[in-house]
Design a protein around this ligand. Structure first.
Ligand code: PLP
Length: 284
Protein backbone atom coordinates (compact mmCIF):
# COMPACT_ATOMS: atom_id res chain seq x y z
CA UNK A 1 0.00 0.00 0.00
CA UNK A 2 1.38 3.38 -0.91
CA UNK A 3 1.44 5.77 2.02
CA UNK A 4 -0.20 9.15 2.11
CA UNK A 5 2.25 11.65 3.53
CA UNK A 6 1.93 15.26 4.64
CA UNK A 7 4.06 17.99 3.06
CA UNK A 8 3.50 21.69 3.79
CA UNK A 9 -0.29 21.49 3.99
CA UNK A 10 -0.76 18.91 1.19
CA UNK A 11 -1.70 15.23 1.50
CA UNK A 12 0.20 13.29 -1.19
CA UNK A 13 1.01 9.73 -2.22
CA UNK A 14 4.56 9.18 -0.93
CA UNK A 15 6.13 9.14 -4.42
CA UNK A 16 4.70 12.60 -5.18
CA UNK A 17 6.09 14.33 -2.08
CA UNK A 18 9.16 16.29 -3.22
CA UNK A 19 11.41 18.69 -1.32
CA UNK A 20 13.81 21.21 -2.90
CA UNK A 21 17.51 20.33 -3.23
CA UNK A 22 18.08 23.75 -1.60
CA UNK A 23 16.23 22.71 1.53
CA UNK A 24 18.50 23.41 4.51
CA UNK A 25 17.48 20.10 6.03
CA UNK A 26 19.18 18.44 3.03
CA UNK A 27 22.22 20.78 2.81
CA UNK A 28 22.94 21.53 6.48
CA UNK A 29 20.90 19.05 8.58
CA UNK A 30 19.16 22.27 9.64
CA UNK A 31 16.03 20.46 10.76
CA UNK A 32 14.49 18.85 13.80
CA UNK A 33 12.23 15.83 14.16
CA UNK A 34 9.97 13.86 16.47
CA UNK A 35 8.86 10.25 16.52
CA UNK A 36 5.52 9.43 18.12
CA UNK A 37 4.46 5.84 18.77
CA UNK A 38 1.02 4.64 17.68
CA UNK A 39 -0.88 1.68 19.16
CA UNK A 40 -4.49 0.83 18.26
CA UNK A 41 -4.53 3.91 16.04
CA UNK A 42 -3.86 6.14 19.07
CA UNK A 43 -0.96 8.48 19.76
CA UNK A 44 1.37 7.63 22.64
CA UNK A 45 2.90 10.39 24.79
CA UNK A 46 1.69 13.04 22.34
CA UNK A 47 1.89 15.94 24.82
CA UNK A 48 5.54 15.16 25.61
CA UNK A 49 6.54 14.96 21.95
CA UNK A 50 4.69 18.18 21.10
CA UNK A 51 6.40 19.99 24.00
CA UNK A 52 9.87 18.76 22.96
CA UNK A 53 9.18 19.75 19.35
CA UNK A 54 8.34 23.24 20.54
CA UNK A 55 11.57 23.35 22.54
CA UNK A 56 13.70 22.16 19.60
CA UNK A 57 12.20 24.73 17.22
CA UNK A 58 12.73 27.51 19.77
CA UNK A 59 16.37 26.50 20.34
CA UNK A 60 17.07 26.73 16.60
CA UNK A 61 14.81 29.70 15.82
CA UNK A 62 12.68 27.66 13.40
CA UNK A 63 8.98 28.53 13.35
CA UNK A 64 6.53 25.66 13.28
CA UNK A 65 4.01 26.57 10.54
CA UNK A 66 1.08 24.99 12.42
CA UNK A 67 -0.55 25.83 15.74
CA UNK A 68 -0.51 23.12 18.44
CA UNK A 69 -4.16 22.23 17.66
CA UNK A 70 -3.45 22.00 13.92
CA UNK A 71 -0.41 19.83 14.57
CA UNK A 72 -2.45 17.39 16.65
CA UNK A 73 -5.13 17.33 13.93
CA UNK A 74 -2.48 16.47 11.30
CA UNK A 75 -1.19 13.62 13.50
CA UNK A 76 -4.70 12.25 13.81
CA UNK A 77 -5.41 12.64 10.12
CA UNK A 78 -2.23 10.88 9.01
CA UNK A 79 -3.19 7.91 11.19
CA UNK A 80 -6.66 7.72 9.65
CA UNK A 81 -5.54 8.36 6.04
CA UNK A 82 -3.08 5.46 6.34
CA UNK A 83 -5.32 3.27 8.51
CA UNK A 84 -2.32 3.01 10.85
CA UNK A 85 -2.95 0.62 13.70
CA UNK A 86 0.53 0.20 15.14
CA UNK A 87 3.84 1.86 14.40
CA UNK A 88 5.02 5.42 14.41
CA UNK A 89 4.60 8.90 13.02
CA UNK A 90 7.77 10.69 11.94
CA UNK A 91 7.60 14.50 11.83
CA UNK A 92 10.32 16.78 10.52
CA UNK A 93 10.58 20.56 10.30
CA UNK A 94 13.49 22.12 8.45
CA UNK A 95 14.30 25.82 8.26
CA UNK A 96 13.25 25.64 4.61
CA UNK A 97 14.85 26.20 1.19
CA UNK A 98 17.25 29.06 0.49
CA UNK A 99 20.36 29.62 -1.62
CA UNK A 100 23.23 27.82 0.08
CA UNK A 101 24.74 30.03 2.78
CA UNK A 102 25.99 29.26 6.29
CA UNK A 103 24.06 32.29 7.55
CA UNK A 104 20.40 31.53 8.19
CA UNK A 105 18.08 33.05 5.55
CA UNK A 106 15.76 35.83 6.69
CA UNK A 107 12.10 34.81 6.84
CA UNK A 108 12.44 31.32 5.34
CA UNK A 109 9.36 29.16 4.86
CA UNK A 110 9.89 26.03 6.97
CA UNK A 111 9.37 22.61 5.39
CA UNK A 112 7.03 20.47 7.49
CA UNK A 113 6.62 16.84 6.63
CA UNK A 114 5.06 13.82 8.33
CA UNK A 115 4.94 10.17 7.34
CA UNK A 116 3.91 6.93 9.01
CA UNK A 117 5.74 3.63 9.44
CA UNK A 118 3.61 0.60 10.25
CA UNK A 119 5.39 -1.92 12.48
CA UNK A 120 4.66 -3.96 15.58
CA UNK A 121 5.82 -2.07 18.66
CA UNK A 122 4.05 -3.93 21.48
CA UNK A 123 5.19 -7.34 20.35
CA UNK A 124 8.99 -7.10 20.29
CA UNK A 125 10.95 -10.37 20.13
CA UNK A 126 13.92 -8.66 21.79
CA UNK A 127 12.03 -8.35 25.07
CA UNK A 128 12.55 -12.07 25.74
CA UNK A 129 16.29 -12.04 25.03
CA UNK A 130 17.32 -8.45 25.64
CA UNK A 131 19.71 -6.64 23.34
CA UNK A 132 23.51 -6.58 23.20
CA UNK A 133 25.23 -3.21 23.19
CA UNK A 134 28.77 -2.22 22.28
CA UNK A 135 30.51 0.70 23.98
CA UNK A 136 31.73 3.31 21.50
CA UNK A 137 33.04 6.87 21.79
CA UNK A 138 30.40 9.59 21.63
CA UNK A 139 31.49 11.76 18.72
CA UNK A 140 28.25 13.71 18.24
CA UNK A 141 27.92 17.48 18.49
CA UNK A 142 27.49 19.10 21.90
CA UNK A 143 23.78 20.06 21.66
CA UNK A 144 22.24 16.60 21.88
CA UNK A 145 19.32 18.08 23.81
CA UNK A 146 18.01 19.41 20.48
CA UNK A 147 16.45 16.63 18.40
CA UNK A 148 18.11 17.48 15.09
CA UNK A 149 18.39 15.26 12.02
CA UNK A 150 22.20 15.23 12.35
CA UNK A 151 22.11 11.47 12.73
CA UNK A 152 25.18 10.43 10.75
CA UNK A 153 27.39 9.65 13.74
CA UNK A 154 24.67 7.69 15.62
CA UNK A 155 24.08 5.82 12.38
CA UNK A 156 27.82 5.04 12.03
CA UNK A 157 27.94 3.95 15.68
CA UNK A 158 25.00 1.60 15.15
CA UNK A 159 26.75 0.10 12.10
CA UNK A 160 29.98 -0.38 14.09
CA UNK A 161 28.03 -1.98 16.96
CA UNK A 162 26.37 -4.35 14.49
CA UNK A 163 29.73 -5.13 12.90
CA UNK A 164 30.85 -6.19 16.38
CA UNK A 165 27.84 -8.51 16.65
CA UNK A 166 25.82 -6.22 18.96
CA UNK A 167 22.38 -4.71 18.38
CA UNK A 168 23.19 -1.13 19.28
CA UNK A 169 25.83 1.20 20.71
CA UNK A 170 26.05 2.81 24.11
CA UNK A 171 28.06 5.99 23.65
CA UNK A 172 30.78 7.02 26.09
CA UNK A 173 32.21 10.48 26.71
CA UNK A 174 34.74 11.58 29.36
CA UNK A 175 34.50 8.16 31.01
CA UNK A 176 30.69 8.12 31.36
CA UNK A 177 27.88 6.62 29.31
CA UNK A 178 25.83 9.32 27.59
CA UNK A 179 23.06 7.34 25.84
CA UNK A 180 22.36 4.77 23.12
CA UNK A 181 22.46 5.66 19.40
CA UNK A 182 18.73 6.45 19.45
CA UNK A 183 17.53 5.70 22.98
CA UNK A 184 18.20 6.57 26.62
CA UNK A 185 20.53 4.26 28.61
CA UNK A 186 19.64 3.11 32.14
CA UNK A 187 21.01 0.64 34.70
CA UNK A 188 19.72 -0.93 37.90
CA UNK A 189 22.21 -1.37 40.73
CA UNK A 190 22.62 -4.48 42.88
CA UNK A 191 20.48 -2.82 45.57
CA UNK A 192 17.64 -2.15 43.15
CA UNK A 193 18.19 1.52 42.35
CA UNK A 194 17.43 2.79 38.89
CA UNK A 195 20.26 5.01 37.62
CA UNK A 196 19.85 7.25 34.61
CA UNK A 197 21.95 10.18 33.46
CA UNK A 198 20.71 13.63 34.51
CA UNK A 199 19.37 16.03 31.90
CA UNK A 200 21.91 18.31 30.21
CA UNK A 201 23.05 19.18 26.68
CA UNK A 202 24.89 15.81 26.60
CA UNK A 203 21.73 13.77 25.98
CA UNK A 204 18.34 14.01 24.36
CA UNK A 205 15.67 14.62 26.98
CA UNK A 206 13.79 11.39 26.38
CA UNK A 207 10.02 11.50 26.70
CA UNK A 208 9.99 7.81 27.64
CA UNK A 209 12.75 8.43 30.20
CA UNK A 210 10.63 11.09 31.92
CA UNK A 211 7.60 8.78 32.06
CA UNK A 212 9.65 5.86 33.38
CA UNK A 213 11.02 8.02 36.22
CA UNK A 214 7.49 9.10 37.03
CA UNK A 215 6.33 5.49 37.05
CA UNK A 216 9.32 4.46 39.21
CA UNK A 217 8.46 7.17 41.71
CA UNK A 218 4.82 6.00 41.95
CA UNK A 219 5.87 2.33 42.21
CA UNK A 220 8.37 3.12 45.02
CA UNK A 221 11.34 2.11 42.87
CA UNK A 222 14.19 4.37 44.02
CA UNK A 223 16.10 6.21 41.31
CA UNK A 224 19.10 8.47 40.90
CA UNK A 225 19.71 10.89 38.05
CA UNK A 226 23.47 10.79 37.62
CA UNK A 227 26.11 9.73 35.11
CA UNK A 228 27.41 6.16 35.32
CA UNK A 229 30.61 4.61 33.96
CA UNK A 230 30.91 1.73 31.50
CA UNK A 231 32.30 -0.43 34.35
CA UNK A 232 29.34 0.35 36.58
CA UNK A 233 27.04 -0.58 33.71
CA UNK A 234 28.84 -3.88 33.05
CA UNK A 235 28.61 -4.76 36.74
CA UNK A 236 25.00 -3.62 37.17
CA UNK A 237 22.20 -6.02 38.11
CA UNK A 238 20.13 -4.96 35.08
CA UNK A 239 20.31 -2.56 32.18
CA UNK A 240 17.80 -1.27 29.68
CA UNK A 241 17.05 1.37 27.06
CA UNK A 242 13.97 3.53 26.60
CA UNK A 243 12.55 5.20 23.50
CA UNK A 244 9.23 6.03 21.86
CA UNK A 245 8.97 2.74 19.97
CA UNK A 246 11.12 0.43 22.13
CA UNK A 247 9.34 1.50 25.34
CA UNK A 248 11.50 -0.22 28.00
CA UNK A 249 13.81 -2.79 26.40
CA UNK A 250 16.28 -4.97 28.36
CA UNK A 251 20.01 -4.83 27.64
CA UNK A 252 21.56 -8.18 28.51
CA UNK A 253 25.16 -7.81 27.36
CA UNK A 254 27.58 -4.89 27.26
CA UNK A 255 30.73 -5.34 25.15
CA UNK A 256 30.08 -9.09 25.21
CA UNK A 257 29.84 -9.25 29.02
CA UNK A 258 26.50 -10.44 30.46
CA UNK A 259 24.69 -7.91 32.63
CA UNK A 260 23.54 -9.55 35.88
CA UNK A 261 22.25 -13.01 35.02
CA UNK A 262 22.53 -12.26 31.30
CA UNK A 263 18.73 -12.44 31.05
CA UNK A 264 16.21 -9.58 31.01
CA UNK A 265 15.97 -8.31 34.59
CA UNK A 266 12.79 -8.51 36.70
CA UNK A 267 12.70 -4.79 37.51
CA UNK A 268 13.23 -3.92 33.84
CA UNK A 269 10.35 -6.18 32.81
CA UNK A 270 8.15 -4.73 35.55
CA UNK A 271 8.90 -1.20 34.39
CA UNK A 272 8.07 -2.25 30.81
CA UNK A 273 4.71 -3.64 31.96
CA UNK A 274 3.87 -0.57 34.03
CA UNK A 275 4.97 1.77 31.23
CA UNK A 276 2.87 0.03 28.57
CA UNK A 277 -0.18 -0.14 30.85
CA UNK A 278 0.00 3.56 31.64
CA UNK A 279 0.76 4.74 28.12
CA UNK A 280 -2.01 2.72 26.53
CA UNK A 281 -4.45 4.04 29.10
CA UNK A 282 -3.35 7.64 28.37
CA UNK A 283 -3.12 7.29 24.54
CA UNK A 284 -5.18 9.83 22.58
N1 PLP B 1 18.31 9.55 22.93
C1 PLP B 1 18.44 9.65 21.60
C2 PLP B 1 19.76 10.04 21.03
C3 PLP B 1 17.34 9.40 20.75
O1 PLP B 1 17.48 9.53 19.42
C4 PLP B 1 16.11 9.02 21.32
C5 PLP B 1 14.94 8.75 20.48
O2 PLP B 1 14.96 8.88 19.29
C6 PLP B 1 16.03 8.90 22.71
C7 PLP B 1 17.14 9.18 23.49
C8 PLP B 1 14.74 8.50 23.38
O3 PLP B 1 13.82 9.55 23.36
P1 PLP B 1 12.25 9.27 23.42
O4 PLP B 1 12.04 8.45 24.66
O5 PLP B 1 11.67 10.62 23.52
O6 PLP B 1 11.90 8.53 22.17
Amino acid sequence: MTRIVYLNGAWLPEADAKVSIFDRGFLFADAIYEVTGVVDGKLLEYAGHAARLQRSTTELGITCPLTPDELLAVHREIVSRNALKEGLIYLQISRGAADRDFAFPTNPTPTLTLFTQAKPVLDNSKVATGIAVALLPDQRWARRDIKTVQLLYPSMAKMEAMRQGADDAWLVEDGFVTEASSATAHIITANGRLVTRGLSNAILHGITRASVLDIAEKADIPYEERAFTPDEAKNAAEAFITSATNFVLPVTTIDGQPVGTGKPGPLTLRLRELYIQKKLADAI
